[in-house]
Design a protein around this ligand. Sequence first.
Ligand code: T5A
Length: 216
Amino acid sequence: MAKARGKFITFEGPEGSGKTTQARRLIDRLEQEGYEVLYTREPGGTPTGEAIRDILQHDKAGEPISPSAEVLLFAASRAQLVSRVILPALERGAWVVCDRFADSTTAYQGYGRGFEVEQMIAINQFAIDGAVPDITILLDVDLDEGFRRIGARHQEKSKPLDRIESEARSFHEKVRQGYLKLAERWPERFRLLDGMRDADTVSDEVWRMLQHELGV
Ligand code: T5A
């Protein structure tokens, strides 16, 4: 008998909301339960996507990136990830946990930069080729806490903030509010979690929610 299609779970949220931390913890727990799980991230996750990530985060091409080129570069990275990694994994029955996905473009480039939200959603639909997440976990934190967390990490590693992290506070506030609107728009897919709490409390809630929603 053919294996059932795997589940596709995405983590979304503003900077420093704990997406990577929670994605990794979830994978450990799923693997302990015997699931085949793949971690991936956006932008990136394929050689082409990682090259695009470098351009997007550090102006690697040596010139300012136009806002519309930025949208399309995120979409190109996503299209490559979907076709090379996500859909093949789901089809063979593996679960996929992705650290940011299409909703990031709607939140950052749509609500944050001010592109028409419906246009961002249409571009995403083209890029994802039907790979709509089963569950999107939105970790919400306020900007002060998110930037305190990533500031501490950057200081530890002596790394400056990247191109998008360095955007104005008003930009990041629009992104955060945009995410909350997306969660209201698609309540069947989004689960909004308070990311201000300690990492153990959040990961326990993620696990309980997935037990309830997906029977893990
Ligand atoms: N972008 C991306 C777009 O504009 N459009 C798009 O379409 C896409 C896909 C990606 C950038 O690109 C933008 C958004 C981003 O600006 P990135 O490096 O992947 O860049 O950045 P983020 O995804 O924002 O990742 P961060 O690492 O900054 O944040 P996370 O993953 O939310 O947080 P995490 O888990 O790495 O934690 C950050 C720090 O906080 C600690 C961790 O130990 C770590 O030091 N931490 C906690 N501390 C206290 N309490 C908790 N609950 C904590 N959880 C984690």
